[in-house]
Design a protein around this ligand. Structure first.
Ligand SMILES: [Zn+2]
Length: 141
């Protein structure tokens, strides 16, 4: 059982906390990751921690291999009238307990965990970029 996430954060300043790699999961083994495919991956929702308009956090289970993932949808409002920044995270976890600890952390603090699968949608800088592929998708290992 991993130690409490907040204690880990204090103890491992400027470091990362290595989680077990989900080696059996197709999401881990895919060479090319497509954001649409990931967001429509077959997950079973096991528990909801937060369900708000700009943040959703839950525990998901991969239908195919049973891997547990801490999931976060996080939207940063742009009050200048532009599009919002949108971030998705899938962090492989060993237990519901560690996911529960993660659910109490700030979005920034969750960056200490590796590996994690991220999808980032930065807003377009101008109209010509609208609909273009600014999306970044990948594992942080
Ligand atoms: Zn899987």
């Amino acid at each position: 059982m991993p130690p409490k996430a907040l204690k880990v954060l204090k103890k491992m300043e400027n470091s990362s906390y290595k989680l077990l790699e989900p080696v059996q999961c197709k999401l881990w083994n895919k060479g090319y990751l497509n954001d649409d495919e990931i967001r429509h991956w077959s997950f079973k929702p096991l528990r909801e921690f937060i369900d708000e308009s700009h943040m959703t956090r839950s525990l998901l289970k991969c239908d195919e291999c049973g891997q547990l993932y801490f999931y976060e949808f996080y939207e940063v409002m742009n009050f200048d009238g532009g599009d919002d920044d949108i971030f998705y995270k899938y962090i492989p976890v060993e237990s519901e307990k560690i996911a529960e600890e993660m659910s109490k952390m700030s979005p920034l603090a969750l960056a200490i965990y590796t590996p994690q699968l991220q999808i980032n949608f930065p807003p377009p800088k101008n109209k010509s970029q609208r609909g273009s592929n600014l999306i970044s998708v990948g594992w942080i290992k």
